[in-house]
Design a protein around this ligand. Structure first.
Ligand SMILES: Nc1nc2c(ncn2[C@@H]2O[C@H](COP(=O)(O)OP(=O)(O)O)[C@@H](O)[C@H]2O)c(=O)[nH]1
Ligand SMILES: [Mg+2]
Length: 472
């Protein structure tokens, strides 16, 4: 959009956006904001990179109906609309995945954005009369951990502290932090080094808890501080309730807790979350399966909490900023499905459906269309049937990420009924009844791509069809 058009359209656009309606400014081209989220390591970066690469070279996108019908003329990257959000580093990530020595991209730790524009051949009766139209797909990558912070908005410092201290009372990961809390007097005069010591002990606990498989690790920005590292909004920690006199440690901590809510949590929901039209939630269910029942139960809880954000009625602040606008479609996708032979993909999909069932019921209730599937954004394996003790085992084969050596993986037999996993997990089982589920970390395979083909994937085209196929 030219500067003039942008100026003229700005007011119109804003008005239209806050009303949540379709932007109808004559200057505006249609835009769809696609949110991509998931907990750390769920596969967001790889998903976006491969999705964009496969939309630019669509040889492997047969399940995208607009592609099948020849309606997509071109897809190209353009400058994104939000000037203060870091750009998703597509070129570097793609280079890592498809270069001469393929490797997984570095993990990213904050929100980023990329605009892919699709030039479409008009369809329908009068299609031939109008020229091609353009749809801008703005893809927003943000950590699922940040959604967990929504629950903080309903709490004050004392209530939040009591919650956290109760939850961590028996966790090994919190030993050092609990000792630091015992040594501190919340009602004593505020002392910055002491506050910093407590905050860093608390942040260390959160990191350890996250590594130990806990997902209830809020405030989310303590794990992914980005450019807020060391600032007062991240220099607080939960303390037992005292009288919190003026000038006390507890009083200052409470003030910072409120600042975190007002200056970190609310802006994220207002500036990013509230503007999302379609959402994909990526879930590493196979990772949790491999880690065991406690990780699976934790994942289920985290999903329920994360998906609470998509039920605006549950939070006054959110209802207020959304003003009736809602995410229209939510896709729940189990990632890294290339660790499983396709024979077992239905079982993986059933797990993801069961994991998100509560939340899906509620989202449906709120009017969003939801679906679940298993995918691999970047397929790093090939399938293989191997005979083992007279039985045929459906395996996958790939190159190990650590050594580069070829290896075959049979993760184990996933049950037809996901409740066989989720029920014991919910009841506190420590390990799976039938032994464990194996895992391997494969490197991306060296690729020789035919012209017009994107990187190999599993069901990325189906994901795209569900998420935005209706707008192409
Ligand atoms: N085999 C396989 N591994 C994947 C795939 N997607 C992600 N991974 C693995 O998961 C890790 C984390 O992925 P990433 O996209 O960085 O996760 P993010 O933290 O959610 O952005 C990668 O380094 C890979 O090891 C996939 O499609 N197939
Ligand atoms: Mg990432």
């Amino acid at each position: 959009m030219t500067g003039l058009a942008a100026d003229v359209a700005d007011g119109v656009l804003r008005g239209a956006e806050t009303l949540g309606g379709v932007v109808s400014s004559p200057f505006a081209e249609p835009t769809l904001r696609l949110g991509v989220t998931g907990l750390a390591r769920a596969g967001k970066t790889v998903f976006i990179t491969s999705l964009v690469a496969n939309l630019m070279n669509r040889g492997r996108m047969a399940q995208l109906s607009a592609e099948r019908d020849g309606r997509i003329e071109a897809a190209y990257l353009q400058p994104q609309p939000d000037d203060t959000v870091p750009r998703f580093d597509f070129e570097n990530h793609l280079g890592a995945l498809t270069g001469p020595e393929p490797h997984w991209p570095d993990s990213t730790r904050a929100v980023s954005e990329l605009r892919l524009s699709l030039r479409l051949r008009p369809s329908g009766l009068f299609g031939g009369l109008t020229g091609p139209k353009v749809l801008h797909l703005d893809i927003i990558d943000y950590p699922g951990e940040w959604l967990l912070d929504l629950s903080l908005l309903d709490k004050d410092y004392a209530g939040w502290s009591a919650d956290v201290l109760r939850r961590i009372a028996t966790r090994d990961e919190a030993k050092a932090f609990r000792a630091a809390v015992r040594a501190a007097d919340p009602d004593a005069a505020h002392d910055e080094p002491l506050a910093q010591g407590l905050a860093s002990a608390f942040a260390d606990y959160l990191q350890a808890a996250r590594a130990g498989g806990y997902y209830d690790c809020t405030p989310g920005r303590f794990l992914l501080p980005g450019d807020l590292a060391g600032s007062p909004v991240l220099t607080f920690a939960p303390l037992p309730e005292g009288t919190a006199p003026r000038g006390s440690l507890a009083r200052e901590m409470a003030r910072r807790f409120e600042a975190y809510k007002a200056q970190v949590v609310r802006p994220f929901f207002r500036d990013h979350f509230a503007r999302i039209d379609r959402q994909v939630v990526l879930v590493d269910a196979l990772g949790a399966l491999h880690s065991g029942p406690p990780a699976m139960e934790d994942l289920r809880r985290a999903m329920t909490d994360i998906l609470g954000s998509f039920r605006p009625g549950s939070n006054g602040f959110l209802s207020q900023i959304l003003r009736g606008k809602r995410v229209e479609k939510i896709l729940f996708a189990a990632t890294k499905a290339d660790h499983l032979h396709h024979q077992q993909h239905p079982q993986l999909t059933a797990i993801i459906e069961a994991l998100t069932q509560d939340a899906r019921d509620r989202a449906q209730f709120a009017g969003a269309e939801t679906a679940a599937l298993s995918l691999a954004a970047l397929r790093a394996t090939t399938e293989e049937l191997r005979t083992h003790e007279g039985a045929e085992l459906p395996c996958v084969r790939g190159l190990l990420a650590d050594t580069g050596k070829p290896a075959a993986l049979y993760p184990g037999r996933l049950p037809e009924d996901p409740r066989q996993l989720l029920t014991p997990a919910r009841q506190g089982a420590e390990c799976w009844l039938d032994g464990s589920y194996a895992s391997m970390r494969f490197a991306p395979q060296p690729l020789v791509l035919k012209p017009g083909d994107g990187p190999p994937h599993i069901r990325l085209d189906r994901a795209a069809e569900f998420l935005f196929g209706d707008r192409l």
